[in-house]
Ligand binder design. Structure first.
Ligand SMILES: [Zn+2]
Length: 489
């Protein structure tokens, strides 16, 4: 019998009276005032928590985990404010000697660049080296001439651009997809590192919406010891029939993974993104990926097979259509992103039982782009308070690698809508600390007897922290089913 006694914790959701918590065989078995629990079991490990705050383990409800594991190893260009400075940073890296076949930058945001990207800037930055820079929202890839040649050969058709060297949408996805094709053992090593990094931020569970169905990869990784996270692995339309053929239903636990791996949702992408100006808008601009009838048909097919839909919608038109799909099919699920909503749609989430799966840090990354491209509409962009007031269930995520896989960053952006010392952006749409917290766990606020011991111990009360305090929250320990996955105690 595995037994842990956490001594002197303060519980999130309470006034903070010190308590001791006993964990037996992966579950919380007793909670009592500090000093009143007998620590003298033969196998009892006593952990002095010294007043740390104890809460349910954290969840990131929207990740692209393989991409995140890869991106953590690429050149981060997200702070570059022009095409020239991006190229200059890559030139610096190229000079130090690149051992990989392709030089990869990640995270450019050209929405506010004074002049657009040009292919020749990258030709000059890394002579002789195929060089690509992936946009922060993954919908565009800026390439030099060698990279266009290289990836045309890899994907098997000519990839053509204008003078900008920028591939968009499917062409961009094909290139990022090819970049993800690293050998399994290498990728598994990157993933194992990223799993550890997530645990160090208090994460015990993720929803993985990797475009290539990941269930079998995750089973292999968990077997190999990358077992610090519960993973819900989603599937896209391209592999939907395989999943249905295997009889996998959302929530099914995969055998032999100690309950860590479950079948995730059916993910379907309906429009583009804000940064790439491809979000589908009520003014008719943007891109719709599916005719409505086909979207209804494939969603119904998935639902009939036991899969819960997760529908990507960014523009206001795309969100209306996503909600229409849920209403037509008559199912619950999630709208992923829900970035721009018309007022009449805000109440539909709660009414239809559809959760808004939001990524608050995108609002911080894209506030200036939204002010420009969604001018006059930003009072209904990332409308967290409106959704909360309307009773919608809010789920928080990072969309890693678009934002770092760190729920404290998401919570900070949700409750503060501020970053970098700037004034808050539309502070009237701040989320309450309670909603941000519940949206970052499995819905629980605090820890109770009988709960699965997926736990996090942190330095301060998350419900009483400033946005800056949340962003920099110190995590002291993380546990999955009573097993420490990260600990400083
Ligand atoms: Zn995503």
């Amino acid at each position: 019998m595995n037994e842990i006694l956490l001594r002197t914790v303060r519980r999130v959701g309470t006034s903070g009276a010190p308590a001791d918590v006993r964990i037996v065989d992966g579950r919380v078995s007793e909670i009592a005032p500090t000093g009143t629990l007998d620590p003298t079991g033969p196998d009892t490990e006593v952990v002095e928590a010294a007043g740390a705050w104890l809460g349910p383990g954290l969840r990131d409800h929207h990740t692209h985990f393989d991409q995140w594991a890869l991106v953590r190893r690429r050149v981060d260009v997200s702070t570059c404010d022009s095409a020239e400075s991006t190229a200059a940073l890559l030139a610096d890296v190229a000079r130090t000697g690149v051992t990989d076949r392709v030089l990869i930058g990640h995270g450019y945001r050209d929405g506010l660049w004074p002049t657009p990207a040009r292919r020749e800037l990258l030709d000059q930055a890394a002579p002789g080296l195929p060089t690509v820079v992936i946009s922060g929202d993954l919908h565009a890839v800026w390439c030099n001439a060698l990279a266009l040649e290289y990836f045309s050969a890899v994907v098997g058709r000519p990839l053509e651009t204008g003078d900008d060297g920028v591939l968009r949408e499917q062409d961009a996805f094909d290139v990022t997809g090819a970049l993800s094709q690293v050998p399994d053992d290498l990728l598994d090593g990157y993933v194992a590192d990223a799993v550890e990094a997530a645990a160090a931020r208090g994460v015990t569970g993720i929803v993985d919406l990797e475009m290539r169905f990941g269930l079998d990869r995750w089973r292999r990784r968990i077997h190999a010891g990358a077992d610090a996270l519960r993973v819900s692995s989603g599937v896209y339309a391209t592999e939907l029939e395989d999943v249905i053929g295997r009889g996998l239903r959302t929530g099914d636990v995969v055998d032999g993974t100690r309950g860590l791996l479950t079948m995730g949702p059916f993910k379907v992408v309906t429009d583009g993104s804000l940064g790439t100006r491809t979000a589908a808008m009520t003014d008719g601009s943007g891109v719709l990926a599916w005719p409505f009838d086909e979207l209804v048909a494939i969603t119904r097919r998935a639902v009939d097979a036991g899969l819960v839909p997760a529908i990507h919608a960014i523009g206001d038109r795309a969100n209306t259509l996503a909600l229409d799909v849920f209403e037509t099919v008559g199912t619950r699920g999630t709208v992923e992103h829900a970035q721009l909503l018309v007022d009449t749609d805000v109440h539909r989430f709660a009414r239809l039982g559809v959760a808004a799966s939001v990524q608050p840090e995108h609002a911080m990354d894209d506030r200036d782009i939204a002010d420009r491209h969604w001018a006059g509409s930003t009072d209904r962009a990332f409308p967290f308070a409106a959704l909360e007031r309307a009773g919608a269930r809010l789920l928080l995520g990072s969309d890693a690698p678009v934002a770092p896989l760190d729920p404290w960053i998401s919570m900070a952006a949700a409750v503060g809508r501020d970053r970098d010392g700037r004034e808050p952006w539309h502070p009237e749409q701040r989320m309450s600390a309670l909603a941000a917290w519940r949206g970052s766990t499995d819905g629980r606020v605090g820890v109770a007897v009988g709960d699965l011991a997926d736990l996090v111990l942190v330095e301060s009360d998350p419900l009483a922290s400033s946005s800056a305090g949340l962003r920099a929250m110190r995590v002291l320990a993380t546990a999955v089913a009573g097993r420490f996955t990260y600990r400083e105690l």
